[in-house]
Write a protein that binds this ligand. Sequence first.
Ligand SMILES: *[C@@H]1O[C@H](CO)[C@@H](O)[C@H](O)[C@H]1NC(C)=O
Ligand SMILES: *[C@@H]1O[C@H](CO)[C@@H](O)[C@H](O)[C@H]1NC(C)=O
Length: 760
Amino acid sequence: MKQTARARSWMALHICHICHIWISLLLLAAPSTQTWRQSLPRLKLSHKDLLTSNSCISFLGSAEGFDFQTLLIEEERGKLLLGAKDHIFLLNLDDLNKNIRKIHWPGSKETVDMCRLTGKHPFRDCANFIRVLHIYNDTHVYACGTGAFHPVCAFIRMGPQAEEPVFQLEVNSLESGRLKCPFDPLQPFASVLTGEHLYAGTVSDFHGRDTVFTRSLGPSTHQNYIRTDLSEHYWLNEAKFIAAAPIADTFNPDDDKIYFFFREATEDSHTSDRTIVSRVARVCKNDAGGQRSLINKWTTFLKARLVCSIPGHDGVDTYFDELQDVFLLQTRDPRNPIVYGVFTTTSSIFKGSAVCSYSMADIRAVFNGPYAHKEGPDHRWVEYNGKTPYPRPGTCPSKTYDPLIKSTKDFPDEVVSFARYHPLMYKAVHPLSNKPVFTRINVDYRLSQVVVDQVTAEDGQYQVMFIGTDVGTVLKVVSVTKENWETEEVVLEELQVFKGHSPILNMELSSKQQQLYVGSRDGLAQLSLHRCDTYGQVCAECCLARDPYCAWDGTACSRYLPASKRRSRRQDVKHGDPVTQCWDLEDSMNKESEEKLLFGIESNSTFLECIPKSQQASIRWFVQRSVDDIREEVRGDERLIRTDQGLLIRSVERQDAGVYLCRAEEQSFSHTIGRLRLKVIDNEQIDSGQREESRARDFGHESRIRYKDYVQLLTSGSFTVDDYCEQLWHREKRRQRNRGPGKWKHVQEAKKSRNRRHHR
Ligand SMILES: *[C@@H]1O[C@H](CO)[C@@H](O)[C@H](O)[C@H]1NC(C)=O
Ligand SMILES: *[C@@H]1O[C@H](CO)[C@@H](O)[C@H](O)[C@H]1NC(C)=O
């Protein structure tokens, strides 16, 4: 009995998905503490830091919670269209706050009233949230909004490109947005407009039950919708659409396809376990629907699983199943962009996210491979081994291949019915190098968005990823391939783009402007792709940064442009080794850095602050007790505690006095970043102060406060004798007015008056 129970639990351990994750997590955590440390962001900039570095501009609109989630960059016009709640803004790419124009487009009164009557939230749901913005032709943009749970679409007149945009809603073009735009403002949704056709992955009904991938608009000759088949739930099952894009497959335009990416629910027919999986799917651009069973339905629809996982030891992988965002990095060959996806884990216990990249060749290989087959509702998907009808389902019709099949309407019945029951490919698409390019595990946030920029550096091409999170930050990451083909993920910066911490909803990159546009619930920000001067003032610091955008130009860390053939440009993204690049390494211990004076009171604690700019630097402390003494390294113990912010001396002793040097070491480069002279005031001086205090009862604790002021005066460079006199003067006045004010009030008042700086 006992034995079977144990056997059963052993089985359970091996079946349960969460356990798998835990096992692999344990395996992951153990050997890779080093790598987790490695991927710490080198630089962490707060929202304030970004504003002072002049590399971030925020546009907040006029009200709170606008939901800035739809962005359209019009690079030619230098404009950005921003879809928000009841508004479309027209902004300048170079400065979001210059010449703002807007279209006010609320839902109609009847639909808003109706939306409220059905119990939807009046502010969060019952407004027109703009979700579709696409360039339609040279003069018009196509736009759709949720219209208070009643989707609407219309054209926006922009006028000729050479002129300042007209920017006007064409009221007579208003039409229903059903099957083109979601009802729910928060529903994940994807659309793309190409060849005057709109392709959209959305929900088709008010309740959000049926999810569809549709084609609409287009030349008036075929205005009817083409859509996925609803009768078979395994075409799409509660799909959450993430992205759609036209990609050519061969040189023959008849082969052009629309690829789209989503996640959906699957049910295991045996255990009825529901899981979420991510998918890549495609349809032919020239799909006109079928005859009989698939009239106005896609006949070329195929989908495959998109896997993003970390291979574990013992073959137990950690899966990131939920696709959150997709970015296509264009290469020289338009048929072969690199596909980047952001994924998160499904488990509520194990919080993790990853970025995986895929090649189109791998994706095509899966679509050209075996189909998955399901014998009936109670069966599993297995590999289909039977005869495949001709033309192979999923192939686009083309006269060049077969003159008898000019359109999908010419497909034989056999092909159409096979297509209907075999939308899924048997094999899954695996990421390049079989592992993620970036992971974040055991952090209290998730990755939500990604864009990638191809950057040319001195030592080669780099793909710099800008990754948005659900806490309003952007990580700038570069994946460096080493000589042995191992990759190293280098987190260059962690940027708090918004003051608040609301999730990042959308990001678009403009290479021309060298800017990233970041949308969140609370605002839109434009963020410079680089701020090289924040890395430091010497060559070594610029080199250690390993930022492909930046190089040492002889006098400063500045934007690296490969076109300028300047010999003196110093950069080493691959290794970040300043020794091979820089001559300013002789910043020895003797080099003067500004000395700060600090007073410690015997037997009390004191803190020597020193925070390196780079989070990857390690700090070493040295002390020279007197001029003749040799400099020695401070070894931490229970009295001298080394923290991330500095050195804490718990109980100051007389012999602690001396000059303390804080040195930051990173790779082979080390330099002094702080120099503090600690003076120790012994207890006798304090005791005499206290005796004096007890004698002078009338003055309360006056003398101790004065003594503190004295220490403050000596310690702080900016606190002058003037300030001290002013403080005393104020204090006297107040004491006359009102006896015995609190000690802290004194201090606060003193601070205020220091800011005011009146001289009396
Ligand atoms: C663009 O499309 C709109 C809407 O169909 C149309 O009115 C306009 O004439 C078109 N412009 C051009 C340049 O074709
Ligand atoms: C030193 O520390 C003690 C408590 O640890 C405190 O009561 C005393 O006021 C401190 N002395 C000074 C001068 O701040």
